[in-house]
Design a binder for this molecule. Structure first.
Ligand code: XCC
Ligand code: SF4
Length: 625
């Protein structure tokens, strides 16, 4: 049954978004919301996860009437296989991003990446120490070379477990070993999932799900974690700083270049090129006041965290940013870049530039970013943006609202430093009940859900209950626009959180980075569990992805659960066609790994669920509720 199209007010909570949706209507520009209407209703079988296209005896759709595919696979097997591949897509995306950082790091060690450098050498040496590489009395580049070798090894097939499991409490590792869930190698688990889900291989839903968890763990504690750590080594470990967010960070009097995607390898070079005097002078010659770099999605998070570059918007704002009519260029690397951006750019003077061989967009201007020529490429790209300023049509420019202040840069290192050098004050605040627990709110936007309503709603409900919130990914922009990422937001928090954050001068909602940076959150959980001598599943913590859409979010959710973190999703993945798989996700995993998923679309109810969970965990630790 087709539903009534939603009004603009029902699509999003933001005024800047509404203004641009109205402009899109006026100017006849199609957006993600229009296409969602066209695609609704979706295929019921696909929604339930009960379709299979894994061989040409099919495709098959199973139901009560036709309970088995041609090969005999039932709904449990089909749903588990589909979910397994779905998660694996996400793990592959994060991890291949991690690999790109390894390649730049290795090129640097080999002297083949002249424009990159080791910015945080101390962190590089610390990392090397953590994975058992000798650092005493050795040249830094020698250590770096061993570290690159070690991380490449983590992607392969020769290890029994990936190296950063050194950050996981022993009890948790023993659990994984018993379940056959220990991640051995990033690429290995990914490839093995593709093998298992071929026709006639793994035909036991629970067994497939265990391997899905193992693949997700290889992402969280492997590919993503390596991506995050090497990004810090190369571009600097984030420290607290101030910036701004929303569409008004786009400047009418400047050349606006938006970076979109995920990898700092490209965006950091764009930023460096845009700061060179010659190119700024050219912008001024053309009548602009300078060059304004702003971010979208996670590459935006990377630059926001490390360089304080303003954030124009999250996933559902990417089309709308171009609709301001003031964007000279959108420069993308990969992931979450709607192909529609090509069409939207085409409606304006906006140049759409892709930068990697593995993520090309038909109709885009293409550059092939390589470590040894990165800065030259970046200069050419910024020049294209600058020259496009002359083509802008001022009569079509509309930039809504005013930028909102945000505080960013909360890496674990920065948090520990703010706490005076150790996690002890945090442990004490938790023990005293000032901070009752912590929840990471992560992930995306999804046009099926009123834009950012749940992301913001949940964050507000949690801090009221003295639950510290950490945000990453597209939730960052949501929290920022809602005024939650500034120290003054303690006024919206409960008394305990207000006291602690007030004393430290930090917001009750901490920006922890991009999607790969969820690795920072599990690392923190691992460290807290070790400090308390308990398992991660004993901690009063949770994770949530209220408005998720992507395979990557599914991988993040599953590695959180498999690490022992109770995890909320605002809507279910496509698994409801199998009772076995659904039950495993929402309860069975609890017995296996000490945590499970829960699905809830209401912010208050979700906060109450976390509250109950945190109470129970605190009680079990002998703490006041
Ligand atoms: Fe993509 Fe990372 Fe989701 Fe945003 S949050 S829509 S995955 S950009 Ni990760
Ligand atoms: Fe159908 Fe089985 Fe082939 Fe899937 S693997 S398409 S269920 S025959």
């Amino acid at each position: 049954m087709a539903r009534e199209p939603r009004s603009i007010d029902e699509l999003t909570i933001w005024e800047d978004a509404k203004a641009m949706l109205r402009k899109a209507k006026r100017e006849g520009v199609e957006t993600v919301y229009d296409r969602l209407e066209q695609q609704t209703p979706h295929c019921k079988f696909c929604e339930l996860g009960t379709t299979c296209r894994n061989c040409t005896m099919g495709p098959c759709r199973v139901s009560e009437k036709r309970p088995r595919g041609v090969c005999g696979a039932d709904a449990d097997v089909i749903v588990a296989r589909n979910f397994g591949r779905f998660v694996t897509g996400g793990a592959a995306a994060h991890s291949d991003h991690g690999r790109d950082l390894m390649e730049v790091f290795e090129a640097l060690v080999q002297g083949d990446a002249p424009h990159y450098k080791i910015t945080d050498e101390a962190k590089m040496l610390r990392l090397a120490g953590e994975v058992g590489i000798e650092t005493e009395g050795r040249e830094s580049m020698e250590v770096a070379s061993d570290l690159a070798e070690c991380f490449f090894g983590d992607f392969g097939s020769r290890k029994k477990s990936i190296s950063l499991l050194s950050r996981v409490p022993d009890v948790r590792k023993e659990k994984w070993a018993k379940l056959g869930m220990t991640p051995r190698g990033v690429d290995r688990e990914i490839a093995e999932m593709m093998h298992r889900t071929h026709m006639g291989v793994d035909n036991d839903a629970a067994n497939t799900m265990i391997h899905a968890a193992r693949t997700a763990l290889a992402d969280g504690w492997g590919g993503s974690m390596i991506g995050t750590e090497l990004s810090d080594v190369l571009f600097g470990t984030p420290t607290p700083s101030r910036s701004t967010a929303n569409l008004a960070v786009i400047k009418e009097d400047m050349v606006n270049l938006l970076v979109h995607g995920h990898s700092p390898v490209v965006s950091e070079m764009i930023l460096a090129a845009a700061r060179e005097p010659e190119i700024v002078a050219r912008a001024k010659e053309l009548g602009a006041n300078g060059i304004n770099i702003a971010g979208l999605c996670c590459t935006g998070n990377e630059l926001l965290m490390r360089k304080g570059i303003p954030m124009a918007g999250n996933h559902l704002m990417t089309e709308l940013a171009i609709i301001t009519g003031a964007v000279e260029a959108v420069v993308v690397d990969y992931q979450c870049i709607m192909p529609s951006l090509i069409q939207v750019s085409g409606c304006y003077h906006t140049k759409f530039i892709d930068t990697t061989e593995k993520a090309r967009f038909t109709g885009a201007i293409h550059f092939d970013f390589e470590p040894h020529t990165a800065l030259e490429q970046a200069r050419k790209i910024v020049s294209i943006a600058v020259e496009a300023f002359a083509e802008r049509d001022p009569s079509r420019v509309e930039i809504p609202g005013e930028p909102i202040e945000v505080m960013t840069g909360f890496s674990n290192e920065a948090v520990i430093e703010a706490l005076g050098g150790s996690l002890d004050p945090l442990v004490k605040a938790i023990a005293d009940g000032d901070i009752r627990g912590a929840v990471g709110i992560v992930g995306c936007n999804n046009p099926k859900i009123k834009h950012d309503s749940l992301n913001v709603g949940l964050a507000k409900e949690l801090i009221k209950r003295d639950i510290l919130v950490l945000v990453t990914g597209c939730v960052t922009t949501a929290a920022g626009k809602a005024g939650l990422l500034v120290p003054e937001a303690i006024e919206m928090a409960g008394p305990g959180l207000k006291k602690i954050c007030g004393a430290l001068g930090v917001p009750p909602v901490l920006h922890y980075g991009s999607c790969v940076d969820n690795a920072r959150i599990i690392q923190l959980c691992g460290a807290l569990a070790k400090a308390l001598n308990v398992d991660i599943s004993d901690l009063p913590v949770g994770a949530s992805s209220p408005e998720w859409y992507s395979e990557k979010a599914a991988s993040i959710g599953l590695y959180a659960v498999a690490s022992g973190i109770y995890t909320h999703l605002g809507h279910p993945p496509n698994i409801l066609g199998s009772e076995t798989v659904t039950n495993l996700a929402v309860s069975g995993l609890e017995d296996l790994v000490g945590a499970s998923f829960f699905i809830e679309s209401d912010a208050v109810k979700t906060a109450e669920m976390f509250d109950e969970r945190i109470k129970a965990k605190r009680k079990a630790l002998g703490l006041s509720e």
